[in-house]
Design a protein around this ligand. Structure first.
Ligand SMILES: N=CN[C@@H](CCC(=O)O)C(=O)O
Ligand SMILES: [Zn+2]
Length: 406
């Protein structure tokens, strides 16, 4: 090899969490041409092969790059005033009924230019990246007109072009009823189905379509219309469902083969079975549970028993989860929802990728052939990432094979 630059890079003697489990012995991971080329126990590694590689690090905990599969990080304005109202006892639903909540962010988002939204969202995304995120989903849903929803999605796409992170976009036109349709929610759903989804699809701006199925948002029948329109355009679907009550939105989403049902605090046994049968992911959002001081826990044991994959995400948004810290969510998933640290980590790696339809590409996993999105952490064990709330432990962030944080 003398005189030539090694093309392969090596992380050696690492404690490896591969997206599903922690390996019991020290491991070597070799990356070549943006992909993981080899994952092997140190004891069985070929020394000559290791010597050919450029050594990037020795020791530490290596995990897949984190996948934050549910965020609303493009938005205008702030809802700090509502935070204070909620502390005084006004509920999230009551604030929404008074025209605040999501609609207050809609007003600020409509008033903002694309450049202003981009400038506001960029540091939020950078905060996630600084704590290990390499893939992030970003929803629209604060525009609620065709042009404002497309504006949000364009900002999301631009963020993915400007920063070393994979951005997956989701059209959430059916997030709240805009004031122009105050007495005509079916009319608004018609707009979503007949204009918004076709326009987003025509411009290639949406990777998936989402809804908010709730008393303060849209009924199961309305959400089903949105799912059918998405399917007509070949777009996968997701749902905010069973967050505040049990309407059956998750089961409806499952009937349409949803990638995921998200929140699901009020999911019942039939809903769990529906997710299991459809192969949908249960996305847990402990940040919203914490911020809204909810008391109804998602049915973790039933999901576990049924073998439904559980993802964990920040739900980063200005209202129900103004939290831009993925490792804090690992902690919340354990302390609030009683996930094991391994389950929480799988939730932000392999299962997060599955909730975005990216599992087949190998994202969220450390395995030969997968894209080389990796995080090297200065901790003793993978579980420590969930155990201690301590930003700043990310030693290296590798995006698409290249070091992006050191
Ligand atoms: N539940 C509905 N949508 C968002 C909240 C959006 C907001 O409050 O601005 C969520 O995922 O929690
Ligand atoms: Zn959400």
């Amino acid at each position: 090899m003398s005189g030539t630059q090694p093309t392969a890079t090596l992380w050696r003697d690492v404690t490896l969490f591969d997206g599903h489990r922690t390996h019991p012995e020290p491991m070597a991971v070799i990356v070549e041409a943006n992909r993981i080329a080899q994952v092997v126990p140190m004891a069985r590694a070929d020394d000559a092969r290791l010597a050919e590689c450029r050594e990037m690090a020795r020791g530490g905990v290596l995990t897949p790059g984190l996948v934050d599969c549910h965020t609303h990080l493009v938005f205008g304005g702030s809802r700090a005033d509502e935070f204070e109202q909620r502390l005084e006892g006004v509920s999230y639903e009551e604030i929404a009924r008074r025209g605040g909540g999501i609609l207050s962010t809609v007003n600020a988002t409509r008033a903002a230019s694309e450049d202003e939204l981009f400038a506001a969202a960029r540091p939020r995304l950078e905060a996630l990246m600084a704590e290990g995120v390499t893939t992030v989903e970003i929803k629209s849903g604060y525009g609620l007109t065709v042009s404002d929803e497309l504006k949000m999605l364009r900002v999301a796409r631009r963020l993915g072009e400007a920063l070393p992170v994979r951005v997956v976009t989701t059209l959430l036109g059916a997030h709240a009823l805009p004031p122009e349709f105050a007495n005509d929610s079916d009319g608004y759903i018609r707009l979503v189905c007949e204009e918004m989804i076709p326009a987003a699809d025509a411009d290639g701006l949406a990777d998936a379509v989402d809804v908010f199925c709730e008393k303060i948002a849209f009924s199961v029948a309305q959400c089903e219309r949105v799912f059918a329109a998405a399917k007509d355009h070949g777009l996968p679907i997701k749902a905010h469902a069973e967050q505040l009550s049990s309407l059956g939105g998750s089961a409806a989403a499952a009937r349409f083969g949803a990638l995921s049902a998200d929140h699901i605090e009020y999911l019942d046994e039939a809903g769990v079975a529906a997710l299991r049968d459809a192969g949908s992911v249960a996305v847990l959002l402990p940040g919203a549970y914490h911020t809204l001081r909810e008391t109804q826990l998602p049915p973790i044991d039933a999901l576990r028993r049924a073998g439904v994959p559980m993802a964990v995400a920040t739900d980063a948004n200005p209202g129900s989860s103004p939290i831009f810290d993925p490792t804090l969510m690992l902690n919340f998933a354990c302390t609030l929802f009683r996930l094991t640290p391994q389950e929480a980590l799988a939730g932000m790696t392999a299962h997060g990728a599955q909730a975005l339809g990216l599992a087949e590409q190998g994202l969220g996993r450390i395995q030969a052939g997968a894209p080389a999105d990796l995080c090297l952490w200065d901790v003793d064990t993978p579980a420590a990432l969930a155990y201690a709330v301590q930003p700043g432990r990310l030693r290296q962030r590798i995006f698409n094979g290249a070091l992006r944080h050191d």
